[in-house]
Design a protein around this ligand. Sequence first.
Ligand SMILES: *[C@@H]1O[C@H](CO)[C@@H](O)[C@H](O)[C@H]1NC(C)=O
Ligand SMILES: *[C@@H]1O[C@H](CO)[C@@H](O)[C@H](O)[C@H]1NC(C)=O
Length: 400
Amino acid sequence: MMGRGTILLLIVGALGAYYFYIPLPDNLEETWKVLWMHTHMKTLTNLGLFVEFLGMNHFMISAKFLMNFQEVPPTSDENVSVMETTFDNIPVRVYLPKRKSEMLRRGLFYIHGGGWCLGSAALLTYDVLSRKTAERLDAIVISTDYRLAPEYHFPNQFEDVYNVLKWFLHQDVLERYGVDAERIGVAGDSAGGNLAAAVVQQLRDDPDVKVKIKIQVLVYPALQTLDFDSPSYRENGHFPLFTKSLTVRAWSEYFTTDRSLEKAMLSNQHVPLESSHLFKFVNWSSLLPERFTKGHVYNNPTFGGSELSKKYPGFLDVRAAPLLADDSKLRGLPVTYILTCQYDVLRDDGVMYATRLRNAGVRVTHNHIEDGFHGALFSHELKIGSRTENQYISWLSENL
Ligand SMILES: *[C@@H]1O[C@H](CO)[C@@H](O)[C@H](O)[C@H]1NC(C)=O
Ligand SMILES: *[C@@H]1O[C@H](CO)[C@@H](O)[C@H](O)[C@H]1NC(C)=O
């Protein structure tokens, strides 16, 4: 006979395993660590959603509060000086290599991720990456902040980043930091990759800016708001760490705190008929190579959201969704590095942009990580983290 204690233990164990365990693909390394990170993240997410459900705190405010603990002060080390300053009244961190240099240095402008709601240049992960980049490339790294949702919505995030970048590109600022105007890159991950792609597109046609950006680096970027039912959304909607529901929540928060936009986006019925011409820019049935589309049937769009798009026109704006740019706007963009991960809802955004840029004659290096997932570049506790980081830094080193 099993005692009551044993039965209770079995039930708790089964519930625990149900919560903890999710099937993961065979080619993923260190699955237990990934599951552990997933459980941690899921618990915090559920806690945040519960607090929001009780009407106490907006979900992103709770998430921001928890993330603040991961911020570090700007501390110089033996190789790199780290300073905080402002460019056009927006806080930035500047990483300056200490070793002497007779020549002007390369410059990298970095934009952090966090779904337009979270994150800062001060987060440990970003601080570590910027420091390493400055040291290994002997380059100046500018890591920028920008205003975040839910307090601020589009176009504030975009405009902050754009203004900081333009400030940095002034002749006298470049001279002050000893930066070579012909060797400047713009990089970002996730929402930062979105902002990087957007500012690089806008810069191309800005008569005020004389400097030509040499490279853009888009790490698992979010690039389109039209179709949340592409193969990568279908396949990875529940993948650990970064789900479709979180992604769509972040996208909708970029434009408004009104949850009706999120609801419409989740059912993929948020684009009005008047905007049907935009779908060709995100038509994955023609823009993805077959290995990504196989087994998936393309459904022509369902229209809706006329009211929503009048209230929140930002979600159809090319500065928010760089994949919506016309081909003529893609020509002449800088040499591009796009990193995508197989197990990421945003995978197809990056792959489609690679296709469209190549079709427009832009030189693109597409690094697709077969066993990767969203956040791989910053998974320092995993082998995939250092592998991805080395690939990222080597490419920068050779192309910037
Ligand atoms: C500084 O550079 C030296 C030489 O490359 C290296 O051995 C050392 O680990 C670096 N220090 C830090 C704090 O990264
Ligand atoms: C998408 O592309 C497919 C074929 O490549 C085509 O049949 C379909 O009409 C296109 N849909 C839209 C909305 O552009």
